[in-house]
Write a protein that binds this ligand. Structure first.
Ligand SMILES: [Zn+2]
Length: 242
């Protein structure tokens, strides 16, 4: 049995057996801190894998220092991996992906899929851009097909993702990092849920002050459009078991 823990913004920890994954690990001591998370890099022990959906500060977060501290493998698109290597991460500890690329590590299989968003990150005195991604995560000993959508606007190929990968647990953005911009509003996220048709949808990536009503709006809309999907709103540190 596995578990999934929400750590605020898009940061999700997944544990299956004795393996641990972080997705978009924004922590309290990231360059731009996670206002909802009281964990810093030094609080994170054993870690096997870090998935980064794109290079924006609220998603790349502490991925690079965490990779260096824990020896975890870092998965990301070319801009993310290039930045990590330039900051001292060994190339062997990185796996580069773009849309469609799969990495089967034996204990977990990761498939990178499209997201409708930009990736943009500082690089010395300049910047790097690349693709923005979502990830489908499968474990050989579990029926869970987890889809972390990263940061995305709604797009029609979510129907194709549903058809091909049949995700049954989705982590779906419904708002913004505080002070940033929203790409998918709750009513659009509910339409996305109706296309993806998961068993469980967990809303992530919303401002808990100015968008605190968003989970309820999302839930209401999903009830109307996709009544068979269960919405689970996790508070910071809450776990969902799969
Ligand atoms: Zn974001």
């Amino acid at each position: 049995m596995g578990s999934l823990k929400y750590l605020g913004v898009a940061n999700v920890e997944i544990i299956n057996d004795d393996h641990k994954i972080f997705i978009d690990p924004l922590l309290k001591d990231s360059v731009v801190p996670n206002p909802y998370c009281d964990l810093g890099v030094d609080d994170i022990g054993k870690l096997d894998l870090i998935l980064v959906t794109h290079g924006s500060y609220d998603h790349l977060g502490s991925a690079i220092p965490l990779t260096k501290k824990t020896g975890a493998t870092l998965v990301g698109a070319r801009d993310v991996v290039t930045k990590a290597i330039s900051e001292g991460v060994s190339k062997e500890k990185t796996k580069r992906v773009t849309q469609g690329v799969k990495h089967d590590l034996g204990w977990v299989c990761i498939k990178a899929v499209r997201a409708e968003h930009v990736s943009f990150t500082d690089y010395g005195s300049s910047f790097l851009t690349g693709v923005s991604l979502g990830y489908i995560i499968n474990f050989p000993n579990s029926d869970a097909r987890i889809y972390h959508m990263g940061d995305t606007a709604i797009f029609g190929d979510l129907k194709l993702i549903a058809e091909l990968y049949k995700p049954n647990i989705i982590l779906i953005p419904i708002g913004m990092f505080p002070g940033a911009i929203t790409e998918m509003e709750p009513w659009e996220a509910a339409i996305a849920v109706s296309w993806l048709n998961p068993t469980v949808a967990i809303p992530i990536h919303y401002d808990k002050e100015t968008q605190k009503e968003y989970p309820e709006i999302f839930k209401k809309e999903v009830k109307r459009l996709a009544p068979e999907t269960q919405i689970i709103t996790l508070n910071i540190g809450d776990q969902y078991h799969f």
